[in-house]
Design a protein around this ligand. Structure first.
Ligand SMILES: NC(=O)c1ccc[n+]([C@@H]2O[C@H](COP(=O)([O-])OP(=O)(O)OC[C@H]3O[C@@H](n4cnc5c(N)ncnc54)[C@H](O)[C@@H]3O)[C@@H](O)[C@H]2O)c1
Length: 279
């Protein structure tokens, strides 16, 4: 029997089994299978933005780090188009000013965009930017921790300052920014914390030990905060989203080669997935 015929007869037998109401009464496996199927279907539809109920971003005040280039710049454009108030920041002030000009050229009102110089590796700089953002548009309802760096050195090539800077920018800053905005989100019963981590936070990669460790840390912070919110009963109104992309052609990993079946992602497709995941 050819493979196609075998698959067809298997499908028919499965259909007969599922369509028999008596099997649903006697087999808990069917209910578990149905639940897993619906959960996966829902996840798939959500990832591609095919859901009926979506978060209205026009009511958000978004604090975005690393908005001077790459994903951060594109996210600012997308969030701005949707009517959100934007507090955009970067260590590279010129870059984030350019982002503002690009947004204005797209038709996003200048009054909706507040630009700040922020070095996320400095605690005082985070506190200063947080006050500046709150003074501009009030309570921050969405925090997007996007700023990131990579040293691109092997364990023995790394220097002490490189290791410390990577951990401060990619990981420790997330704790500080979350601690800065979460109390207001809880008080307002409205909030969303978005962490741009990486697939490098799910597996070790030669030549990227500090980067991988820092992204594992970012994922751990997201998960811990999510569980804390659940435990404290705030989960209904303060959400978290953790994004773990593969290599993207923003320039951060210039020269990186993809391994089949993976491929280098475009920033546009990643930002589409981020926006869908948030909404
Ligand atoms: N590019 C990729 O392949 C890839 C893959 C997975 C995850 N990521 C993550 O996505 C995020 C965005 O990266 P990108 O690809 O757009 O790269 P990018 O270099 O274009 O953007 C990073 C931004 O962070 C800013 N930044 C760096 N140090 C900072 C600091 N101390 N304080 C404030 N801002 C600082 C930079 O100026 C820059 O604008 C990063 O967290 C990165 O780790 C990137």
């Amino acid at each position: 029997m050819s493979l196609l015929l075998k698959l067809k007869s298997m499908g028919l037998r499965m259909f007969k089994f599922i369509s028999n109401i008596e099997n649903w009464k006697s087999s808990p496996k069917l209910w578990i299978g149905a639940w897993i199927f619906l959960r996966l279907l829902f996840q798939f539809l959500r990832e591609y933005g095919l859901t009926l109920f979506k978060k209205d971003l026009s009511k958000e005040h978004i604090f975005l780090t690393g908005a001077g280039s790459g994903l951060g710049r594109l996210m600012a454009q997308r969030f701005g188009e949707m009517g959100a108030k934007l507090s955009i920041s970067d260590i590279n002030l010129q870059g984030v000013e350019e982002t503002k000009q690009i947004c204005i050229k797209m038709g996003i009102p200048a009054a909706n965009i507040h630009v700040m110089h922020l070095d996320v590796s400095k605690r005082a700089s985070i506190t200063e930017s947080a006050s500046s953002a709150k003074a501009a548009f009030g309570t921050v309802t969405m925090l997007v921790n996007n700023a990131g760096i990579v040293s691109g050195k092997s364990t023995l090539e790394l220097t002490d300052p490189m290791i410390e800077r990577t951990m401060h920018v990619n990981t420790i800053s997330h704790l500080h920014t979350i601690r800065e905005f979460l109390p207001d989100m809880i008080a307002a019963k409205k909030g969303h914390i978005v962490s741009i981590a990486s697939m490098a936070g799910l597996a070790g990669i030669p030549g990227l030990p500090d980067y991988c460790a820092s992204k594992w840390g970012a994922i751990a912070i997201d998960e811990s905060v999510r569980l804390e919110l659940k435990k404290a009963g705030h989960w209904g109104y303060v959400k978290t989203t953790c994004i773990c992309p593969y290599f993207i052609n923003t320039g951060m990993f210039d020269g990186a080669k993809s391994a089949f079946p993976m491929y280098i992602l475009s920033p546009e497709e990643v930002v589409n997935r981020i926006v869908n995941a948030i909404r």
